[in-house]
Write a protein that binds this ligand. Sequence first.
Ligand code: ADP
Length: 262
Amino acid sequence: NVDAHVVYVPVSSRHFLVMALLYDITELKEIERMQMDFVGNVSHELKTPITAITGFIETLLQGAMDDEQTRVEFLKIVYQESLKLTELVEDILSLARIDSKPQLNIIQLDLRDFITDILTTFKPELEKKTIKVHLQIPVGCRVNVDKGKLQHVINNLVQNSIKYNHVDGQIWIDGKIRKEDWYLSIRDTGYGIAKDEQERIFERFYRIDTSRSRQNGGTGLGLSVVKEYVEALAGKIEVKSQVGVGSTFTVTFPLEIKDRLR
Ligand code: ADP
């Protein structure tokens, strides 16, 4: 992709110097395309719940409200769709925050205690699906990291390991400090992800099997935000998965993040 500018420089009354400036705009065009796609996707994702909300409210106001059963059923749908909107807006705000606040706030924290605290917030969801969590992180495992960003990453990965898991499923959370890095892995006994989808799930708005995903709720933004946060922490994220068996998401971070980013 090339953009050209032609400049005529007069060198005498009868002669011009013709200069052609060529720019490679492949990358710019790609960014422009991605931004357009993003705006298009966001609009679509916002419109779908809004259309449902207005449609159901309209029907209620036109008389469906008089029937108690219909009223409750429609209000439940309106409520679910509003929750979807909230979730979507929160995810979009997280993405905007990554772009606007690149600085990190590195502190030392105890990984085992930190995850234990996060897990308490998932207690109701875990009990609802009777999912058992095995925490396999050594006592006194202290790491240097941006607490807010790590919390966001763990929240999303744990949320998915519950959402895409079976009733009576299991989750293993492993973590360890190694010689040059530390890692955290979250393994579930859920639906699993096919090989050709494993790269794509990190794309913005990408969701597998819309009917099952719709049932579970979600925006398809979660893992793309996770990936951006992990990379902001100089880390990397990997997925290993087998359909019908389960998935393992592993994040790996350097030990001395401050030094790496300075
Ligand atoms: P969301 O959960 O909002 O759809 P994500 O970006 O978090 O968006 O995930 C993208 C897709 O990847 C999900 O729709 C789901 O199909 C798949 N996925 C994510 N985590 C898991 C998991 N632990 N097990 C199976 N599928 C998963």
